[in-house]
Design a protein. Structure first.
Length: 500
């Protein structure tokens, strides 16, 4: 019997009443294993109402109360990381080690939230004028919402809600309908940790649920991670409704390889960064820019390594890469490879015919490598979100930099070189929000913020780190003047001498 994933509203699982459900498949078999309830506008309203009611007390709670809950949640999350990883593998398809890594990165932000007291400290200037002091404080916004993607069903929500609730807000999460179970497990752990009912809520669904959150007058802010077209829509719509928005979009991350680079290290990095998690991550390297005469050798080293990657079910310990999330997405990714030669690319590896014995109905695709890709090719211009790596050839550092900076995306980028001066120039000159020097996937640690430039980010704040604290709070400045007690009215004795 197919199980049903329902909503989490007011501290408990709540059965969906809209009558609309979406299928959740096991990507390794193609079988529908679960149905997820899609929320109606009324159900979204109920979740927001629960969050609004909880905010009346949670927003006034002490920092000690909030962090006590988060410390307990962190311990439960750590103890249940294998169980959460198994849910991710079953619905997303990524291998178990990747799923464990996702939970670990989410734990980093929980750690940050447990120590939020430092980030929430205010400022004080005394005696700015005679007996006048000025202080700056930060206060929560109220009800905030998160809309998260399928590729990291545990990590990306944890980039948002731990900081939001630590700052005193209440939270409504709309996770991807493709892999919803991890969010429900997280909700259960938060409740077990003692989070008051209504502080964290989960509503599943499609555009109906998203639009209801974007329009709801009681939602003060919206956080989003996903594709650029949807990020632009989220930012435009929510901003028009008076909400604060951080909307992280898509990417086309480049890796510039200079002639002096360690080519073995560069090839290792390219393979792990392009094909890890089956390329379904916004920080994947999808374009290697080879400078000068090293291109042929670098492509051969990448090919040799890519051919050895073991593809199979995510719950098989021998698997290094799993299937794609859906058959529709698999077919779309494959179309970039089958059409590559006609658009001028050299197809070095074609993974479109790949299958796994015993799992023929799974959403499989092998690793693909395209060389001498023109900048006009669809495989270069679009965010493929699959295990397809493009190699472009340039003659100089300047040409490579210009190519990268011409991209409409500016999420992450990397340079591989032994030259510190070249690396320094690159980190200063490249137009991207996150830069790696001999590091292919420069995702910042929790206490630095994550975010791109250009069409990879809409809004003024990056996610987590100090930007996360600022996003989920608003500043208030208080200017105070108190009369000196010695100047009090006659007949009032506060014990101060009159002749000081």
């Amino acid at each position: 019997m197919t199980k049903t994933v329902n909503h989490w509203i007011g501290g408990k699982a709540v059965e969906g009443v809209s009558g609309t459900y979406g299928p959740v498949t096991d990507p390794a078999t193609g079988a529908v294993t679960t149905q997820v309830a899609f929320a109606s506008v009324d159900e979204v309203d109920a979740a927001v109402a629960a969050a609004r009611e909880a905010y009346a007390t949670w927003g006034q709670s002490s920092l000690a109360q909030r962090t006590t809950v988060l410390f307990k949640f962190r311990a439960l999350l750590d103890a249940n990381r294998d169980a959460i990883a198994e849910l991710i593998t079953a619905e997303h398809g990524k291998v178990h080690s990747d799923a464990l890594g996702e939970v670990a990165r989410g734990l980093e932000i929980v750690d940050l939230a447990c120590g939020i007291t430092v980030q929430l400290k205010g400022e004080l200037s005394t005696q700015v004028s005679q007996r006048v002091d000025v202080s700056s404080i930060r206060q929560p916004l109220g009800v905030v919402a998160g809309i998260t993607p399928f590729n990291f069903p545990a990590m990306v929500p944890m980039w948002m809600f731990p900081i939001a609730v630590a700052c005193g807000n209440t939270f409504v999460l709309k996770p991807s309908e493709k892999d919803p179970s991890a969010s429900m497990k997280i909700a259960e752990l938060l409740s077990e940790a003692g989070l008051p009912d209504g502080v964290f809520n989960v509503v599943h669904g499609d555009k109906v649920a998203v639009d209801a959150l974007l329009a709801h007058p009681d939602v003060a802010a919206v956080s989003f991670v996903g594709s650029t077209p949807i990020a632009r829509y989220i930012h435009t719509t929510a901003s028009a409704n008076g909400k604060r928005v951080q909307a992280l979009g898509g990417a086309k991350n480049h890796m510039l390889v200079l002639p002096d680079a360690d080519l073995d290290a560069a090839a290792d990095a390219a393979v792990s960064a392009a094909y890890g998690s089956a390329g379904e991550r916004c920080m994947a390297i999808s374009a290697v820019v080879a400078v000068g005469s090293i291109g042929d050798e670098l492509v051969e080293k990448i090919r040799e390594r890519a051919e050895k990657i073991k593809i199979g079910p995510g719950n098989d310990p021998a698997s290094e890469m799993g299937p794609l999330i859906t058959a529709v997405h698999r077919d779309k990714v494959a179309s970039y490879v089958t059409g590559a030669a006609a658009q001028g690319s050299e197809v070095v590896l074609d993974g479109t015919g790949y299958t796994v014995d015993g799992f023929e109905n799974g959403h499989w695709i092998g690793l693909s490598l395209l060389d001498r890709v023109p900048v006009t090719a669809d495989a270069y211009k679009d965010e493929i979100f699959g295990p397809v790596l493009c190699v472009l050839r340039v003659e100089s550092y300047d040409e490579g930099l210009a190519l990268i900076n011409a991209s409409p995306f500016g999420n992450g980028t990397a340079i591989f070189t032994r030259d510190g001066g070249a690396a320094r120039r690159f980190q200063m000159e490249v137009e991207a929000g996150m830069v790696g020097v001999n590091v292919p996937i420069p995702v910042p640690v929790g206490y630095h913020s994550f975010g791109g430039w250009k069409d990879s980010l809409f809004g003024d704040h990056h996610i987590y780190g100090n930007d996360g604290t600022h996003f989920y709070t608003r500043g208030k400045v208080v200017t105070t003047r108190w009369p000196d007690p010695a100047d009090g009215p006659a007949g009032v004795d506060l014990g101060f001498p009159r002749n000081h």
